[in-house]
Design a protein around this ligand. Structure first.
Ligand code: MSP
Length: 535
């Protein structure tokens, strides 16, 4: 008997979000992209794991709790509720929610720290420098403005620190890291971010401090408990803790055996250095394999301006979801912005794009086609099959290549390109109807030709809905339901066997004699009311 190894899981992480405040649109952005990717994996029949969670230690959180007159843990517990609620409203299907204050995380951090300690990569020294509490990071002079503000948090002054800290020997790993970047050009994506990292590393890596004194809100270092572990050292290890099954014994080896190395860390560009330089070095020190890919997406602006509380122009994800629903929000951010580049939110553009693509191009198309089917074919599904279409048929041509084209786009995190390619099929379908004019064919009594046209269009709508389902699962469900299918894209287990995927992702899958359901608008036209903002 052969022993089959357990099937490989595709593991994706979002950052573990700071709980200094309720979640903002930036956290929602990373998470919805990760969710779309995980859904894509599951759609293909692959086993996949989505890890998200919260980063709860450090000075920033401690100060926020104090300002609210709460114990830090109590404060964290409250904010975690709003993260979980946002993920529910955004239709995020996460598997693990890793909290850095969890007791099992402490065990993982201790065991990992011990390895690095034993390796001789940790030493005590004096740390002097400017610390940005909002970034939880020491900044070099050249990274600060003249009046010592950090470039990301321009409203917060960096603080001077002069204290004894434990340091991690990052400099020791310079050569090894450079070799990893050279041997694995795919490790840091997109290319612009990779270049940023290469430039940073080329300037020469300096050891960084990994402990704090005068800060209680963190795990004490077992070897010297007056120090607490630096929040970033602790937080990155949250990815490892998350691999443990719920209620499983907390043990580093066990966690590592369940999905390490991670396939993809999805992050924003501001935390690239931690993930692409510090984290791999920490792992090298612990003699562990490094993650396979780190992708740094761009920053969102609103109406062309940087978002910020002090600027009074933040975008409240809860409010946006209340007004427009999860599919609309998911679609806009993945369709309107090239993933990896900075992108803008503008509410009238949001409404226009959703209406053009989903209400009109795809939704009306379905409605219109089902209406014609009722009128010209008494509602019966056409009898034709894919083989009946010549190879030069425009919908067959586009549809036949679409599955593989979209697969590559999802694989490369090119959500915008995936949406564009799919919408092109809907566009072509609208044109197909106009070109073939079933209403004229009806007058000419060409019943078979009408069916031929309507089948091709319905099949194209089905394929578009299928391929868009990682992004707009509810809309895809509504379309599939009207076409007489009973599957649910929010319950991918029903769909996730690979052979099923192969059939559904192929143009020509729509069976003859469809059991069509009544035509109803699948995506309601949106209206621009008031601009969404944080109150
Ligand atoms: N706690 C750390 C991550 C630790 S991971 C082990 C952290 N948290 S965060 O809550 O501040 O940031 C979370 C994510 O939000 C980051 O990926 C960041 O890039 C992203 N965004 C914050 N503002 C953003 C925009 N305006 N636009 C897009 N994403 C941005 O960093």
């Amino acid at each position: 008997m052969t022993n089959n190894p357990a099937p490989q899981k595709f593991v994706v992480t979002t950052p573990l979000y700071y709980v200094n405040d309720v979640p903002h649109i930036g956290s929602a952005y990373t998470t919805l992209a990760a969710d779309a990717l995980i859904r894509w994996q599951r759609l293909q029949g692959n086993s996949a794991l989505l890890i998200t969670g919260t980063d709860e230690h450090g000075q920033k959180i401690e100060r926020t709790a104090i300002s609210k007159d709460l114990a830090p843990q109590e404060h964290c517990d409250q904010i975690v509720v709003s993260f979980k609620s946002l993920w529910e409203q955004l239709n995020i299907q996460y598997d693990r929610f890793s909290r850095t204050t969890a007791s099992e995380h402490k065990v993982i951090v201790d065991q990992f720290f011990e390895r690095v300690w034993e390796k001789g990569d940790i030493y005590l020294d004096q740390q002097q420098g400017w610390y940005c509490v909002a970034c939880e990071e020491f900044k070099e002079e050249r990274e600060l403005t003249e009046d010592k503000h950090c470039q990301i948090h321009t409203n917060k002054k960096a603080e001077w620190r002069d204290e004894e800290n434990y340091f991690f020997r990052l400099s020791k790993y310079q050569k090894q890291l450079e070799a990893i970047y050279a041997d694995n050009p795919e490790f840091i994506q997109p290319v612009a971010r990779r270049n940023e990292v290469l430039n940073f590393v080329a300037q020469g890596l300096q050891d960084f401090s990994i402990s704090r004194v005068n800060l209680d809100w963190g795990f004490p270092i077992s070897q010297d408990p007056k120090h607490t572990i630096y929040v970033w050292f602790d937080a990155l290890l949250g990815y490892l803790t998350a691999l443990l099954e719920p209620d499983q014994e907390a043990n580093l080896e066990l966690a590592l055996s369940q999905g390490w190395p991670i396939d993809l860390h999805l992050i924003g560009k501001d935390i690239l250095r931690f993930h692409a330089v510090y984290w791999p070095a920490m792992l090298l020190s612990a003699e562990l394999p490094i993650p396979k890919r780190v992708f740094g997406h761009g920053f969102l602006t609103k109406d062309g301006l940087k978002m910020g509380k002090s600027l009074g122009n933040t975008l409240n994800p809860f409010e946006l979801l209340d007004k427009y629903g999860s599919d609309a929000v998911r679609y806009y951010f993945l369709r309107a912005i090239e993933f990896g580049k900075d992108g803008d939110f503008n509410e009238s553009r949001f409404v226009d794009l959703l209406n053009a693509d989903l209400a009109k191009n795809l939704g009306n198309l379905l409605n219109r086609t089902l209406g014609m089917l009722n009128k010209y074919c008494q509602g019966n599904g056409p009898q034709l099959k894919q083989e009946d279409y010549p190879d030069h048929d425009s919908l067959k041509t586009i549809g036949s290549n679409l599955g593989s084209q979209v697969a590559i786009a999802y694989q490369d995190l090119q959500f915008k390109q995936a949406c564009e390619a799919i919408l092109e099929l809907a566009n072509a379908s609208n044109k197909y109807i106009d070109d073939h004019a079933p209403w004229v064919l009806f007058k000419e009594g060409k019943q078979e030709e009408i069916e031929h046209v309507l089948y091709a269009v319905l099949e194209s709508i089905r394929l578009a809905a299928y391929l868009l389902s990682p992004i707009v699962p509810n809309l895809s469900n509504a379309i599939y339901q009207q076409l007489g299918f009973s599957c649910n894209f929010n319950e991918l287990t029903q769909l996730s066997a690979a052979p099923v995927f192969a059939q559904h992702s192929r143009w020509g899958h729509l069976p003859a004699n469809l059991n069509l359901n009544k035509a109803r608008p699948v995506f309601t036209q949106l209206e621009l009311s008031s601009v969404v903002s944080d109150s």
